[in-house]
Design a protein around this ligand. Sequence first.
Ligand SMILES: C[S@@+](CC[C@H](N)C(=O)[O-])C[C@H]1O[C@@H](n2cnc3c(N)ncnc32)[C@H](O)[C@@H]1O
Length: 236
Amino acid sequence: MAIDYITDRRQEALYQCFLRYRPTKQGHNYLPIYDRYFSPIRQDVRKVLEIGVQSGKSLRMWRDYFPNAEIYGLDLDPACKAVEEDRIRIAIGDQSNPSDLAKLPTDFDIIIDDGSHIPAHQINTFRYLFRHNMNERGVYAVEDCVSRPTTIKWFKKLADHVNYWPRGLSTREWPKFNSFDRIWATAEREHLIRNVLGVSFYRFLVMIDKGRNPEDGTAAHRLHGRSGQTTKAASS
Ligand SMILES: C[S@@+](CC[C@H](N)C(=O)[O-])C[C@H]1O[C@@H](n2cnc3c(N)ncnc32)[C@H](O)[C@@H]1O
């Protein structure tokens, strides 16, 4: 029997939460994809941010789906403050303004960008929040990348850099082998190189997994008995 797990997972918990509020996400078929990413971590997620609140339908859906999480929403429209209720917090601000982003918590497990959908906003909001406002592990989603090749093109470039690990070299050497926008400050480039585990493309939707490569950072200690260093001997 064929299992159409991308397009038909109507029996799943996220779909049941969707039915209570009916945000537009189901229309774009994002829910089965979100469920694939989120169902294994559903009980563990503590903080979620969605950019774009509107009437609060999706925030309420996430609140029901993640029983142990606080759900934050960011929106330009001050009227969205009225959406605040149990486990839902609203910040009023502009996603294209870094000083508004800087006021948000810094420990999100999941960030979903369903705000302006302007490519420059999608890219720059990711560049800021992924580095400054997420936990070491997490999932970042960019919705509605519709007819906007700029956003897709940028994230495709990011995907080119997932295989950043030249075997046998110290982790300190890795950034030298990466060409990702050399005009960027080294610290930003290095953060992306080291913390993007994967980039996935779906229809209108980009998903980015945040985490450390097992050969890098604290995980290296567990794998190789040393911290942050992978020598030729240790990695072969
Ligand atoms: C598509 S709606 C969000 C729908 C909601 N996430 C849902 O699924 O129920 C987009 C929202 O983004 C907000 N928005 C537009 N531009 C923004 C910006 N630059 N910064 C923050 N929010 C913005 C709009 O005010 C609008 O409420």
